[in-house]
Design a protein around this ligand. Structure first.
Ligand code: HEM
Length: 304
């Protein structure tokens, strides 16, 4: 999680947390990560309680708590912004925040845009957790990834990442949208103001597009080898259209770097150092994540 937090924070503000900093220390980790984490958790509960009128009082209390965390976070981002303003060298912008100041964007817009980058924190984090679980559960299939590990565009590794996205997408639904007018899609009629959203999980398991969709098989994207990854356009992991994910490239690079380093350096095993198939059931908060499993990462030797 610190790895993902640091990558996003460096892009946005040139900030990072020390690896030994804990939530008890007053620093970047507790000031920025903790409120974001709480906001994500409270949003999930708030969504669940908003589905029933009986739970309206709870929903109200959650909204108050959400506002408090949001205010704390904004206070932090505000002071990071002010620090940037006072140390800015317009000829040498350090990060997104500097670039936006130099481009004369308004303060509120800059802070909100930098905050938006943290949208990617949980999605990348949970995709990494799913990847670790798949490396543990399917070691033979994972071994194929070592074949072309010197190439940083390894088709096998990209196929593995796509298959993790397909098999266990973290964003199982796209963001909800409101119909601005009566709309007909296929056989369905959506009156104006209906809330609609894409079901990413269902698209990615559609047997019309993916053979044997409930089997984890990265090779589906590389067989037969045609130089490019197969069938990837039928996958919907970052959404589609003009409002699709803005952080897709950053997410792919972050995942590629982390997973390739894990594969090259370690064998992923169950907690006792032996092969053990671990439960693939998901826990859904706002995003889908695997259960909390423990692993042992054993350093690779040449014969591996
Ligand atoms: C594995 C990582 C990620 C996944 C699976 C993911 C997935 C998604 C999905 C499904 C959407 C909704 C698209 C729609 O409703 O049609 C979305 C939107 C968005 N994502 Fe990501 N995302 C990831 C990482 C990131 C990162 C790293 C960032 C920022 C640096 C980011 C920023 C955004 C933003 C700003 C939007 C809203 C775009 C808009 O409404 O115009 N995401 N993402």
């Amino acid at each position: 999680m610190r790895y993902v937090l640091n990558i996003i924070s460096k892009h946005a503000f040139s900030k990072e947390t020390d690896y030994d900093e804990t939530l008890k220390d007053v620093g970047f980790f507790s000031n920025v990560y903790y409120p974001i984490h709480r906001i994500n958790q409270l949003m999930a509960i708030s969504f669940a309680t908003s589905l029933s009128n009986i739970l309206a009082p709870i929903s109200y209390l959650i909204k108050l708590a959400l506002q408090r965390d949001y205010d704390t976070l904004l206070q932090q981002l505000n002071s990071i912004y002010n620090e940037h303003l006072s140390t800015l060298d317009p000829e040498n912008p350090r990060d997104l925040c500097d670039l936006m100041i130099v481009s004369n964007y308004e303060k509120e817009f800059i802070i909100n845009t930098c905050y938006d980058m943290y949208t990617g924190l949980d999605t990348i984090l949970h995709t990494l957790e799913w990847s670790l679980l798949m490396l543990n559960n399917y070691p033979i299939k994972s071994m194929k990834l070592l074949v072309d590990n010197n190439n940083n565009k390894s088709p096998n590794l990209n196929a593995f990442i796509l298959e993790v996205f397909r098999y266990r997408p973290t964003a199982i639904l796209s963001f909800p949208r409101r119909c601005t007018q009566d709309t007909i899609i296929g056989d369905f009629f959506y009156p104006k103001d209906s809330l609609v959203g894409g079901n990413i999980d269902s698209i990615n398991h559609d047997p019309d597009y993916f053979d044997d969709p409930f089997t984890f098989d990265p090779q589906r994207f590389v067989n037969p080898p045609i130089g490019e990854l197969n069938n990837k356009d039928n996958l919907c992991h970052f959404g589609v259209g003009p409002r699709m994910c803005l952080g897709a490239n950053l997410a792919m690079d972050t995942l590629y770097t982390a997973i390739s380093n894990i594969i090259l350096g370690f064998k992923v095993t169950g907690p006792n150092g032996e092969y053990q198939f671990l439960d693939e059931a998901e826990q859904v908060k706002i995003f889908s994540a695997p259960k909390n499993h423990s692993y042992l990462l054993i350093p690779r030797v040449l014969s591996d």
